[in-house]
Design a protein around this ligand. Sequence first.
Ligand code: PLP
Length: 378
Amino acid sequence: MLKKIHLSASNVNHKEILYIQEAINRKEFSNYGANLREFQIQLKEYFRERREVVLLNSGTSAIHMALINLGVKRGDEVICQSFTFAASAFPILYQGAKPVFIDSENDTWNICPNLLEEAVKARIEKGIRPKAIIIVHSYGMPARMDDIIEISNKYEIPVVEDAAESLGSSYKGIRCGAFGDFGVLSFNGNKIITTSGGGVLLCKTKFQKENSIFLSNQAKNNNSFYEHSEVGYNYAMSNIIAGIGRSQMEILDENVKIKRVIHTYYNRLFKNIDGIKLSNEPDINFCSNYWLNCALIDKSTTGFTSEYLIKGLAKENIECRPLWRPMHIQPLFKNSLFYGPGVSESLFNSGICFPSGSDLSDDDLNRIQEAIEKYIKS
Ligand SMILES: *Cc1c(COP(=O)(O)O)cnc(C)c1O
């Protein structure tokens, strides 16, 4: 059997072990130490000192922390992009709040600003002001941030920007993660860089930063006898994990470059194939890290479905996947509100993600191309 080609594996820098070893030598295992300090500085510089950085144990924790900071409580409503991974929406439920899902638009596949405004108006007319708007840059493609921020300002509803898949992407020259009142990054194993598991909350003020560090370290009012007056969380990143992040941060720019080269490769491959449309930046305002390369398959032209291609490539030990199954059609959210005509559902029905990891070799890419051509022709 040929070696498995994964959907999205990250490069290694080979300094990961060095930084971990240093931490072990210093016995800095816990939530303090040089790796945490350095990793935080690197991230702060990456966001050009515009954001405060809180290192956490996952992207999901970071979204939860954002909602806690925004005072989301039981019974509140929170607007959320439907076309995403469930971790964007789960923290709404952690808070006992209710999600209101919004459909995608056709260019970026992200939240449709017109539907967003329609939903906000409709909820306010009902006497309910949503507490937050969670938007996502799916697969690395930036959402229409100008329109979203305008709506956020007009109706005074803060934005939580789920940039878990879009570290290295930008919109009009501003890095994804730095638009929202809160930004979220993930360093899960399959993301653009990894710490094996980890996340970041990006925020605007020192107070939000200090409050988030306090809450994510078990809300200890006092460091000797541990007095507690609020619910705490064990969400902090460890200094061992931060060693991986510190090393990975050094290759972030390179990874993004590689990802964009892989995208060019797929563009060339699909250019002359009718009925397979690769996702591309709508115009020069958008710069995607192309975390995953995704395409829509028009069955009436190709004669086959995305499912056929996914199964075919699996036989060649090449991992592909459908696009996100939108939240509004998930059993868990069957009672939640949804605004839109169902664009996200049709994306799910005809979409496919191709292997896009920064570790792909030229041989891997050739194997992918041959396999795709084989199944398209048969
Ligand atoms: C990966 C991901 C998350 C969750 O991040 P974790 O670090 O795995 O908790 C959240 N939102 C989106 C869109 C993601 O892709």
